[in-house]
Design a protein around this ligand. Structure first.
Ligand code: SF4
Length: 107
């Protein structure tokens, strides 16, 4: 295994571990439905800053090309909507075009 593969695998495993640990924050579908009507989280919110959340993924430092909230495993918004709930920000919504350091690929 090459060093690039090793680091990519480590990064993926770390992201999955973070996603798994944060997934428990949102506990039910009704809670997520309520979150769809919730206000957007601000980039300067301490929770957002902790994971480097931005509303525009093209302006994110460290985002893989094409990765956005809309294609993140933790995003709970409906397909085609401009924002929706995220499992790591209970009671808030994120922009579908946004991104944060906890982004994880959909399986
Ligand atoms: Fe939530 Fe977006 Fe971060 Fe995924 S990339 S965890 S949907 S804020």
């Amino acid at each position: 295994m090459g060093s690039v593969d090793k680091w990519s695998r480590r990064l993926l495993l770390r992201r999955l571990a973070v996603a798994a640990s944060l997934a428990g924050l949102a506990t039910s579908r009704s809670e997520l439905a309520r979150a769809a009507d919730a206000p957007p989280i601000a980039e300067n919110d301490p929770a957002a800053k902790a994971v480097k959340y931005v509303v525009d993924a093209t302006k994110a430092k460290g985002a893989a090309p094409g990765s956005t909230c809309a294609n993140c495993a933790l995003y709970q918004g409906k397909y085609g909507t401009k924002d929706g709930p995220c499992q790591i920000f209970p009671g808030k919504t994120v922009a579908a075009a946004g991104w944060c350091a906890s982004w994880a690929p959909q399986m």
